[in-house]
Design a protein around this ligand. Structure first.
Ligand SMILES: Cc1cc2nc3c(=O)[nH]c(=O)nc-3n(C[C@H](O)[C@H](O)[C@H](O)COP(=O)(O)O)c2cc1C
Length: 514
């Protein structure tokens, strides 16, 4: 089983680290005339338009992000309107801007380089308003396109070794990653971005499902080729990343797996020339699960719980009391979210705002690789610049005790500037939250698939941080970083860890009125 040969992950991870040297010596440039199309287009398939005037849930964003759906009273079957809401607020176009390189269609969730390499598909039984089938979602015209007619949910149940949430879901959304659309700018590092960018999108999706009263969770354990074949993917261009079963039916409603012949559906080439990066194929292949037995075994592995001794001064998080939490709905917050381009260096946020962001984002993410409460792959390290009632300095978050431990006190704006790839955003934010992970332990437990899991978990927690910051009228942006310099900055505490993700939070600079 290739998944256990974890040398493949180390080769990919070490080979795609950013350092001041690697950035200076990379001759890569953006070939604008060859910029990939931001949408997957099937020219021969008829669109099935989704309703655009779907009623919003009105559920407060902070509750939608952090509360899982109560089991009693949950609406078990999504209808077409629910599906339209979930797809639009996860991957729909929310803004449009002119750019010298062409029009950019910004989407509901943050995505590296605004390149939107994550595609969504739906595998469903008969739903109110939608016939059973395998569909592709195109955000450009807010429409589904039918790839296969009929109920193929049994194929997904089989591919996930009868994962209960998938076996009982009336519909499952599948996220895929298209290599070239992101690699045009980021080259081989795109495989990390698959996890980050599907993660931010999943934060929206899970929150909107919760607000719609529908159970949903992230499923990473599946036989890759089975799902890719069902979606008729050209695996050198696009691969399945995760499944999100939505809703719950009686077990007896599951159909048996059906023949899924190759369709070879025509799609428009995204660019004149596409460059392949073998390092990503190797990483994907090594982290693929090859049989139902392997999936079942993968699902049984022991989760990871935090076990850090605390030595430094500690501060307990103090989330905003419910009565003082902003009530803007999840839909309003998603529509106004957008990565902050300039932070106000002179501004500060309150400790309650920071506590609310960290607490909402790290609370109970539903995923098959985190089956037990308290399990989490990423650890959070912070550089605090200007949070009221908190000393400036570097901190570690003990999530099991809900406390921040001061690792070193001081003003670290210059260091943050450097660590965040010499950008002003992390230096001018109020706080930078770094995600680090014990990759050695993760790979021991989960094999190479653990690398997909840790990147995706970071993206999903980061995506929830975006939402909880914007829910409180703050700003946020994901950032990239110099891998080893991040670890050195937080060492000795972080010695041996890997840098996975970074998000900066603060107050956006107000535009001067003309
Ligand atoms: C994981 C991640 C890393 C990012 N890294 C950077 C970065 O290093 N610098 C930057 O200016 N923006 C960064 N961004 C912000 C994206 O450029 C932004 O999400 C994208 O342009 C879409 O715009 P929107 O978030 O406003 O919708 C990052 C976003 C994500 C999700």
């Amino acid at each position: 089983m290739k998944n256990h040969d974890v040398a493949a992950t180390w080769k990919y991870h070490d080979g795609t680290k950013h350092s001041p040297w690697s950035i200076r010596n990379n001759p890569h440039f953006l070939d604008w005339p060859n910029r990939p199309l931001p949408f997957k287009i099937y020219p021969t398939l008829e669109p099935f338009p989704l309703p655009r005037d779907v009623p919003q849930t009105g559920v407060a964003a902070l509750s939608a992000i952090s509360e899982s759906v109560p089991s009693s009273g949950a609406k078990p079957i999504p209808d077409l309107q629910d599906l339209a809401r979930i797809l639009y607020f996860s991957a729909g176009i929310t803004k449009q801007r002119e750019h010298p390189g062409g029009e950019i269609y910004f989407r509901a969730a943050a995505c590296t380089g605004a390149l939107y390499e994550i595609e969504l598909y739906v595998v469903t039984g008969d739903l109110p308003g939608l016939d059973a089938g395998v569909y592709h979602f195109n955000p450009a015209d807010v429409a589904l396109r039918l790839l296969r007619k009929g109920d193929f949910r049994g194929n997904l149940a089989q591919a996930t070794a009868m994962e209960p949430a998938v076996a009982r879901a009336p519909a499952t959304i599948i996220c895929t990653g298209t290599y070239w659309r992101n690699a045009w700018k980021y080259q081989a590092r795109t495989y990390r971005h698959f996890g980050w960018d599907s993660g931010t999108l999943l934060a929206n999706m899970l929150a909107v499902c919760a607000a719609s009263g529908l159970p949903a969770e992230i499923v990473l354990g599946f036989v890759d080729v089975e799902v890719n074949r069902l979606l008729d993917l050209d695996m050198r261009r696009e691969v399945s990343l995760c499944l999100v079963p939505i809703g719950r039916t009686a077990e007896s409603s599951l159909s048996s797996p059906r023949e899924a012949p190759v369709l070879g559906l025509e799609t428009i080439s995204p660019s004149k020339n596409e460059i392949e990066y073998p390092a990503m194929f190797e990483m994907h292949d090594a982290s693929s699960l090859e049989s139902e037995e392997e999936v079942a075994q993968w699902r049984r592995r022991q989760p990871i719980f935090p076990s850090f001794a605390q030595a430094g001064e500690a501060v307990r998080l103090q989330r905003l009391p419910l009565s003082e939490q902003p009530k803007d709905s999840i839909e309003q917050v998603i529509l106004r979210r957008g990565s902050t381009r300039t932070f106000d260096k002179a501004a500060s946020i309150t400790f309650a705002q920071l506590s609310t962001i960290v607490d909402c984002a790290t609370r109970g993410l539903s995923a098959d690789f985190l089956k037990l409460p308290g399990a989490q792959l990423n650890d959070l390290y912070l550089i605090v610049h200007s949070v009221q009632a908190l000393k400036a300095g570097a901190y570690f978050f003990h999530r099991e005790r809900n406390i921040l431990e001061l690792l070193k006190e001081g003003e670290f704006r210059a260091e943050a500037y450097h660590l965040g790839l010499e950008q002003e955003l992390p230096a001018h934010a109020c706080v930078d939250i770094f995600f680090l992970a014990d990759l050695k332990l993760i790979l021991e437990r989960y094999g190479n698939r653990g690398y997909r899991a840790v990147q995706l978990e970071a993206g999903a927690i980061g995506g929830r941080m975006y939402l909880s910051a914007y829910a409180q009228d703050l700003g946020a942006t994901g950032l990239t970083f110099f891998d080893d310099d991040v670890i050195n900055f937080f060492s000795p505490h972080a010695t041996g860890n890997a840098a996975i993700f970074l998000i900066a939070i603060g107050k956006p600079m107000k535009r001067k009125s003309q």
